[in-house]
Ligand binder design. Sequence first.
Ligand SMILES: NC(=O)c1ccc[n+]([C@@H]2O[C@H](COP(=O)([O-])OP(=O)(O)OC[C@H]3O[C@@H](n4cnc5c(N)ncnc54)[C@H](O)[C@@H]3O)[C@@H](O)[C@H]2O)c1
Length: 458
Amino acid sequence: MKNINRRDFLKAAGAAAAASVVAGCASSNQNNSIVPKQQGRSVIGLVAPKMDVVRVGFIGVGQRGYGHVKRMSHIDGARIVAICDTHDEVLEKSADYLVRERGLPKPALYRGGDLAYQEMLNRDDIDIVIISTPWKWHAPMAIDTMNSGKHAFVEVPLALTVEEMWQIVDTAERTQKNCMMMENVNYGRDELMVLNMVRQGVFGELLHGEAAYIHELRWQMKEIEHKTGSWRTHWHTKRDGNLYPTHGLGPVSQYMNINRGDRFDYLTSMSSPALGRAAYAKREFPADHERNQLHYIAGDMNTTMIKTIKGRSIMVQHDTTTPRPYSRHNLIQGTNGVFAGFPNRIALEQGGAKSFHEWDYEMDPWYKQYDHPLWTKMGEEAQRNGGHGGMDFLMFWRMIYCLRNGEALDQDVYDGAAWSVISPLSAQSVANRSESLSIPDFTRGAWKTAKPLGIVTV
Ligand SMILES: NC(=O)c1ccc[n+]([C@@H]2O[C@H](COP(=O)([O-])OP(=O)(O)OC[C@H]3O[C@@H](n4cnc5c(N)ncnc54)[C@H](O)[C@@H]3O)[C@@H](O)[C@H]2O)c1
């Protein structure tokens, strides 16, 4: 096995470059246009040899990963072989669930140091690895996974810097392994329906999209030792930009055929002041508490504008701090009309139930006509198994289906990289008076001929 250890990885990634992007320091726009020499074949449309049973390993079974273990245990044709986590409590909880509640064999458990996962990767009876760890681990773990001959499935965002994205793309191409960032929102009922409507031309020619992660999460600052807030809070002190771009952007990108006929060209980004986290810390923690010693720099609301090669525009917002209702916007505007989410509403010039001057909030007729075939087939089971209204289960079901049936996955390494790179680039733009920055073409030109994602029927 050719594992890269973390020290070598960081060296290779160019720790200095990574640090400058993390800190949002100035860096020339030209750097983003440099395309590293390709080390292998493109993995667009990659089909892995059919697997009868998909043997699964997990790295990270905290708040997200534990749910993944539960869901995976309900999927036909998937077998959980091994689990790794540095926190004993969550490791045992996952094993207990499988043995006691599901009556399944106890998986091999890997614990101890930060690199214990590499021991798990040494096994030769694992096909895919589900990575649900803190963000800084996504790139090294995905790269080690592919280098060990396994397919990597990584939580969002795929990685943190431009350099890491390229390293992941290069490794996928060199090893011919899948590296899918698991953007679950693309499997939501509404997002699937809108994709189907877009493909049927309901909105006309696409012009503009709006995407967001607006989700008040200040309460996570109370998670100090373990759980999401124990590490995620610190990102608000390290990067002023969009910390989490992919949930809203993934679906809009699929509507627009990003990396499959169009691609992101450049972006510009602007942040509001960063006030909410410090105010919350002052209100909720003693003056000498660690949360009151942190210097929060991530603007409470970040707004990034992306231009595509075909001239379309996309607004992406991030705000996990201000008191306001949840939204991913999920807006797509075409020449014939618009769909917007949160709450769902439609206005069309032709083919709508009302005049386009008025929103139509009545979704049932639209679901009836345009529900995605995948949702029609699997939606009920997905909702029964839970996870953000069924989207999490449906994503896993579809991943395992593709692997068992020799089909290409719906999201590839280029999608994960393009959607995630908005984070470091937004920080770079914010730091330089919203300078316009080129967005790397991780497909190295293959977007021009790649086929759009079809409306799959299973
Ligand atoms: N797609 C979604 O809807 C969604 C929702 C929540 C979280 N997430 C993503 O899931 C990931 C995990 O988030 P979370 O909320 O579960 O965080 P968490 O802190 O609850 O869980 C992370 C787990 O990783 C473990 N870990 C840390 N370093 C490790 C290492 N070196 N080796 C093995 N295990 C290690 C921790 O002990 C912990 O159990 C993040 O990337 C987050 O963005 C995605």
